[in-house]
Design a protein around this ligand. Structure first.
Ligand code: GAL
Length: 653
């Protein structure tokens, strides 16, 4: 693999220009390859309508280039300036409560607003025309973190009009829409597309089909918005890579669709912030044990997910450098973790990691957010760890990343569907996937994510495929499932709806009769404590359980303690009739791996492995040494026989 690149997010406009030269010198001496600049600078670039001021950026780019630092330039469209908002106030995004969101932070726009899109195209063109072929510029980032601060879905009049157009294109006739949504129920029929309302302020819940289309529409608006900028950048900055920075656990738009437009998916990784924030994923003991290291799977999950969205090329464009400012509590990392997070990303195939941010700002919203430098320009802890990473990437011969052993299907529509209709307070799609992923990783299994569309052609690449909670099964996917020999673990809730968000005519799962292992006759959600134990096994179904009637050709592998099918197999399809707690999940996946010939290890809670061909990277989030001899007879390529806390090793298996 070519040497990974190391960078930092840099905001020259925040500092006196007399600092810029020595910034560039320090970056070079630290071993940084690139910086990302410009993503919130619209107010500096265009302080008044039409007055374009890019000379400061020119000076900064020239200086960086002179010092051998490459640049990823951003479009500044996440922060439209005040004069622009005032010139078209209806561009503001509107919250679910129907109130417009206001100026004074960021992301205050609606994706569907045509006037704002034109402004974004204009400013993107200005910047790309000036710097598109600057020798320092190696790439572009569009906007910043689509979806952050709950901004994908907006409920303004502009959005409503755009939604009606979107529906008219999708359904062609309003009768088709009424049928798809089942609008005879509660007399919800519309006589024309112009009568359709937004789903946010209804008296009680709106029709789930209505919501589902609104979620699809909102996702499509993000995709259209992004495409506009990508098209301009391709034209004016040929040969440069384009990226967008995705986030942790944001599911509001289909990242596969945006990923298909860019060259490189990137994401913003804040392990300690996420651990404290995503409380439903971790119990208190786990949060304490990993408080200074981060959850051992949350980063890997997103590395593996976003790698899939843009065909394999991906970066971490923002990496946590120390305490952040936005989590409920902002903890300082254990020594070594700031460096280890970057090495872990490279182990999962990242081409680049960049720390957020070069220098801590003493002003405004993020003044409590660490950087590589403190506000007074003295080096912070992260500066030294970034230096260690710079050294490691030059001294290590990085094995080429390779395909994982198990594929998990990631279905953004399922995330929308089960949040619209959880049918039980604990049914959370992300959590379902995350628990599956964590369970596999504790065995040292390397996991890839694929979309339902990709699955049609890629199932055969994997020894095992897991498909929990899929929303609706397309004919192409059903065909691929029928053709492949790869074992597939389905359920709970997989293929339980039609694309219109209705119960399938022959009940769930909506699969051709020739392959369907069972029929789900009815389901229940389970309150905490009302677990359904599995006969002869240590774990239980929790949160969700399905009552089923197995197909005559299927085998009931496991039963619940009350004598009903729990795991049912027909040929290569196995259906899991409930949400498995961690013990049961581990049991099911261990036996699925064993049947599929996948080697498993016992890595425990804090050590993780990612394979690269016949090599494997070992990453230690735990607070104790990990003895590599536990992996059997391995040849150590990088590191010693005991991997210390925050340590890293490469072995040949
Ligand atoms: C990211 C964002 C950055 C900065 C950072 C702070 O979500 O892209 O601009 O706000 O968080 O951790």
């Amino acid at each position: 693999m070519t040497r990974p690149q190391l960078g930092a997010c840099y905001f020259p406009e925040h500092w006196d220009s007399s600092d810029w030269r020595s910034d560039a010198e320090m970056m070079r001496d630290l071993g940084l390859d690139f910086v990302r600049i410009g993503e919130f600078a619209w107010g500096v670039i265009e302080p008044e309508p039409g007055q374009i001021n890019l000379d400061w950026m020119q000076q900064s780019l020239d200086l960086l280039y002179e010092h051998g630092i490459k640049v990823v330039l951003c479009t500044p469209t996440a922060t439209p300036p005040k004069w622009l908002v005032d010139s078209m106030p209806d561009m503001l995004a509107t919250g679910r409560d129907g109130r417009p969101r206001t100026f004074g932070s960021r992301r205050h726009y609606s994706f569907s607003h045509q006037g704002y899109r034109r402004e974004c195209a204009r400013i993107t063109t200005e910047i790309a025309r000036r710097f598109g072929t600057h020798p320092a510029v190696i790439g572009w980032q569009t906007d910043n973190e689509y979806g952050c601060h709950d901004t994908t879905i907006s409920f303004s009049q502009t959005d409503l009009l755009a939604f009606r157009d979107w529906l008219a294109q999708r359904y062609q006739s309003v009768d088709a829409l009424n049928r798809a949504w089942g609008n005879t129920f509660w007399s919800m029929q519309y006589a024309s597309f112009d009568e359709v309302e937004l789903p946010n302020l209804t008296v009680t819940e709106a029709n789930p089909s209505h919501w589902m289309d609104y979620r699809r529409f909102a996702s499509d608006m993000v995709v259209e918005f992004n495409r506009l900028q990508v098209d301009i950048l391709r034209r004016l900055s040929p040969g440069r890579d384009i990226t967008h920075n995705f986030m942790g656990r944001i599911l509001d738009f289909d990242h596969f669709d945006v990923g298909a437009q860019v060259d490189i998916s990137s994401w913003d990784s804040y392990p300690l912030g996420f651990l404290d924030q995503e409380r439903d994923l971790h119990d208190q003991a786990h949060r304490l044990a990993f408080a200074r290291a981060g959850d051992p799977d949350f980063q890997g999950f997103h590395h593996d997910l976003y790698r899939a969205t843009s065909g394999g090329r991906w970066w971490v464009i923002e990496q946590q450098p120390g305490p952040v400012n936005w989590a409920p509590n902002n903890i300082a990392p254990r020594k070594g973790m700031i460096g280890l997070w970057a090495l872990e990303a490279f182990a999962h195939g990242a081409e680049a990691v960049s720390y957020f941010r070069w220098r801590q700002a003493p002003f405004a919203q993020e003044q409590m957010h660490a950087g590589l430098l403190r506000p007074d320009r003295s080096p912070a802890e992260a500066f030294f760890e970034a230096g260690d990473v710079a050294e490691a990437i030059r001294s290590i011969d990085w094995p080429q990343a390779s395909c994982g052993q198990v594929a998990i299907i990631m279905d953004y529509e399922a995330a929308w569907a089960w949040s619209i209709q959880p049918q039980g307070e604990d049914f959370d799609y992300f959590r379902l996937l995350f628990e599956t992923y964590r369970s596999l990783r504790k065995f040292g299994v390397s996991v890839d994510f694929i979309s339902p569309d990709q699955a049609g052609s890629r199932l055969d690449e994997y020894a095992l495929c897991v498909m929990p909670g899929l929303f609706s099964c397309s004919p192409e996917l059903a065909h691929a499932m029928a053709q492949t020999k790869t074992p597939i673990l389905l359920g709970p809730r997989s293929a339980s709806k039609t694309g219109e968000f209705q119960i399938p005519a022959s009940l769930a799962p909506d699969l051709p009769d020739a392959i369907r292992p069972l029929t789900v006759t009815h389901v229940e959600s389970l309150v905490t404590g009302l677990d359904v134990p599995i006969e002869g096994r240590s774990g239980s179904f929790v949160h969700w359980r399905e009552f089923t009637s197995p197909h005559a050709d299927a085998d009931v592998l496991w039963q619940t303690a009350d004598g009903l099918p729990a795991l049912v197999r027909r040929d290569n399809l196995t259906y899991q009739c409930g949400w498995a707690d961690p013990a049961l999940m581990s049991d099911i996946l261990r036996s699925a791996c064993c049947d599929a010939g996948i080697q498993t290890f016992d890595l425990g809670d804090g050590v993780r492995m990612r394979r690269a061909g016949d090599h494997a990277f070992i990453i230690n989030y735990a607070g104790t040494d990990f003895d590599l001899a536990l992996l059997g007879d391995v040849h150590i390529v990088v590191g010693g026989p005991a991997v210390p806390p925050s340590g890293f090793a490469i072995v040949r298996l």
